[in-house]
Design a protein around this ligand. Structure first.
Ligand code: AHR
Length: 526
C-alpha cells in the first residue's frame, strides 16, 4: 500500500461552518483553526487488527485483587470470584485480548504456585510492586475463566528471567494439550477437563531490565532455546512474542530481527513506550496540571510515532513482507501516584488529557497497522492509565475508557490512508500538530473517522475530502469537558462522557466538521 498518511501542519484551508450544539461550543468559535483531511477509501487494504485495542492486567496494586478478582465469597456481585461490573464494562468496549500476569511480575511468577485448591497455594512476596504478599488466589484457571467471560483472547507472558525452560514448556502443555501427560492429568485433577486455547505467548518481559538485565544477543539465544519447547497442541497455534525494545533502543530490535533463525522463530516483537512528562523522579500529577503540562504530555506522547517508524524501518530491512508484528504491549501515561497511595501500586487518576493521549496513540497505531499487530494499554484497572477504577463495590469508567468505546469501530476494519493538513498548536514557542486522525472502512461499507483536537483554546473547522466514496449520512460522538483536567470520580456524576455530536455535516460528498477545543470526535459515514 502506498503510504500517503502525512502531517503537513501549516497550511490553512477554506473555512467550514458546521452546526455545533450550544452546550459543547467552545470559547473560541470566532477564531477557529482551519484544517483539511483527504481520505483515500479506494486504497483501503490493510486490516487494523482488533488486537491493537488490547489490554494488560498485572499482579500490581489493585489491578487483579480488587479490580478483576474479589473472590467467590465477596458481597460484590461476581461470577466465580470475577467482578460482574468490570466484565460487563470491558465486554462493552469489545476487549480483544488481555495480557497477564505481567510486566515485571511475570519474570518472578511460577505458575504452579497459582493452581490447585486455593487454601493450599503458597504465598509469595511481590518483590516488584510494594513488597506485598501475593497469595496466588488468582492463577491460571482464574485468568482463563476471565478471558472466557470477557470473550477475549489470552495473552500470557512467560517467565524467562527466573524460570526454566521446563517450567515454561509445561505451562503451555498444561493450558493447551489434551494428550495423556502429567500436565494434562494435573489440569484435569484441578477441575478443567478440556484444554484452553492461548493465542499469544510472550517469552519474557523487558529482558533488558526487570526481566533479567540481559543483552540482546544473550536474550536472542534464550528466546530461541525457550521457544523450541513451546508446543502447539490440539491445533492451538501459539504466536510467540519476543521481548523487545524500550523507547528508541533500535539496537535491540536490530539484534533480534537480523538473526534469521531468531526472526523465523518469532511471530511478533514487543515495544514499550510510556509517556513520562519530565523524568522518572518527577512525572507530574495526573490531575493537577496547567497548559504547559498538557502540551508537554501530548508532545511526549506523539514521539511514539517517530519511534514506531524507527523500529519499523529496521524491521522492513530484514522482513520486508511484514510477517513479524510489532506489538506495543505496554503504552500510556505514567504520572506520580495519587497522594497518600502506596507508591508501589502505581494508582493514578485519569483526565481528559489521558483521553487525548489514548486517542492519539490509537490513531497512530491504526495508521501503522501494516506493522503494528497488537497493543496493550498499561493497565486495565487501577494501575497507570486505567480504563476502570474501583473502590470496594464502586466502579468508575475513565475518559480513557470512553475513547476505547468510541474507537472500537476500527477493530478489524480496513485502514483508509489519509492526508492531514492542519495548523500547529503552539505553546511557549514549541509546536505540535493540532489534530490527530485515522479512518477505516468496515465490512458493512461504513466509514469511520476518529479525530482529536489537541488545542485547549481553539475550535477546529475541518473540511474532509471523501475521495471516491459516495456518502450521504453522517453521525458522531464527542468526548470533551469544561476543563483540561476534568475526570470521573466515585460518588459524583461523570464529568467526561461521550455525547451525540452534531458538528458534522455532509453535502455534495464533502464533509465539514467543527470540533470544539480539546475534544475527541468519532464520526460514522454511510
Ligand atoms: O506497567 C508497569 C511496569 O512497567 C511493568 O511491570 C513493566 O513491564 C514496565 O516497566
Amino acid at each position: 500500500m502506498k503510504n500517503i498518511y502525512s502531517k503537513l501542519c501549516s497550511a490553512a484551508f477554506i473555512a467550514a461552518i458546521g452546526i455545533l450544539p450550544i452546550s459543547l461550543a467552545a470559547q473560541n468559535t470566532s477564531n477557529p483553526i482551519k484544517g483539511k483531511i483527504s481520505l483515500f477509501p479506494d486504497q483501503a487494504q490493510t486490516t487494523i487488527s482488533k488486537d491493537i485495542y488490547g489490554h494488560f492486567a498485572e499482579h500490581l496494586g489493585h489491578c487483579i485483587y480488587g479490580g478483576f478478582w474479589v473472590g467467590e465469597k465477596s458481597p460484590i456481585p461476581n461470577t466465580e470470584g470475577l467482578r460482574n461490573d468490570v466484565i460487563a464494562a470491558l465486554r462493552d468496549v469489545s476487549i480483544p485480548n488481555l495480557r497477564w500476569p505481567g510486566g515485571c511480575f511475570a519474570d518472578t511468577y511460577h505458575w504452579k504456585d497459582g493452581i490447585g485448591p486455593r487454601e493450599k497455594r503458597p504465598s509469595i512476596i511481590n518483590t516488584n510492586w510494594g513488597g506485598v504478599t501475593e497469595d496466588n488466589s488468582f492463577g491460571t484457571h482464574e485468568f482463563m475463566r476471565l478471558t472466557e467471560l470477557l470473550g477475549c483472547d489470552a495473552y500470557i507472558n512467560g517467565n524467562i528471567g527466573s524460570g526454566t525452560v521446563q517450567e515454561m514448556s509445561q505451562w503451555v502443555e498444561y493450558l493447551t494439550s489434551d494428550n495423556e501427560s502429567p500436565m494434562t492429568r494435573l489440569r484435569k485433577e484441578n477441575g478443567r477437563d478440556k484444554p484452553w486455547k492461548v493465542k499469544y505467548w510472550a517469552v519474557g518481559n523487558e529482558t533488558w531490565g526487570c526481566g533479567g538485565n540481559m543483552t540482546p544477543d544473550y536474550y536472542g539465544n534464550l528466546f530461541r532455546q525457550f521457544s523450541t519447547y513451546l508446543g502447539n497442541f490440539n491445533g492451538n497455534n501459539l504466536q510467540k512474542v519476543a521481548s523487545g525494545a524500550s523507547d528508541a533502543d533500535y539496537d535491540w530490535t536490530e539484534t533480534m530481527i537480523k538473526n534469521p533463525k531468531t526472526r523465523w522463530m518469532m511471530q511478533d516483537i514487543s515495544l514499550h513506550y510510556y509517556t513520562i512528562m519530565d523524568n522518572w523522579s518527577h512525572k507530574g500529577s495526573a490531575t493537577q496540571f496547567d497548559e504547559k503540562e498538557w502540551f508537554t504530555t501530548l508532545k511526549k506522547s506523539l514521539q511514539i510515532e517517530k519511534i514506531i517508524k524507527g523500529h519499523s524501518d529496521i524491521m522492513d530491512r530484514y522482513d520486508p513482507e511484514k510477517r513479524v508484528g510489532l506489538v506495543v504491549d505496554e503504552w500510556g501515561n505514567w504520572f506520580d501516584v495519587e497522594p497518600g497511595t502506596n507508591p508501589g501500586f502505581l494508582f493514578q487518576q485519569n483526565t481528559l488529557r489521558d483521553a487525548m493521549v489514548a486517542a492519539l496513540n490509537l490513531n497512530i497505531f491504526n495508521n501503522h497497522a501494516d506493522r503494528i499487530k497488537m497493543a496493550n494499554l498499561a493497565q486495565a484497572i487501577n494501575v497507570l492509565q486505567s480504563l476502570i477504577l474501583t473502590k470496594d463495590e464502586k466502579m468508575v469508567l475513565t475518559p480513557t475508557y470512553y475513547v476505547f468505546k468510541m474507537f472500537k469501530v476500527h477493530q478489524n476494519a480496513k485502514l483508509i490512508p489519509i492526508q492531514l493538513n492542519c495548523e500547529n498548536y503552539t505553546f511557549d514557542k514549541e509546536s505540535i500538530p493540532s489534530i490527530s486522525a485515522s479512518a477505516s472502512k468496515d465490512d458493512a461499507g461504513k466509514i469511520h473517522v476518529t479525530l482529536a483536537n489537541f488545542n485547549p483554546n481553539k475550535d477546529q473547522e475541518i473540511t474532509c475530502d471523501l475521495g471516491s466514496a459516495t456518502l450521504t449520512q453522517v453521525k458522531g460522538e464527542i468526548l470533551t469537558a469544561k476543563s483540561m483536567s476534568a475526570y470521573n470520580n466515585f460518588d459524583k456524576a461523570e464529568e467526561v462522557k461521550p455525547q451525540a455530536f452534531k458538528g458534522a455535516t455532509i453535502k455534495n460528498n464533502q464533509l465539514k466538521i467543527t470540533m470544539p477545543a480539546k475534544s475527541i470526535v468519532a464520526i460514522e459515514l454511510n
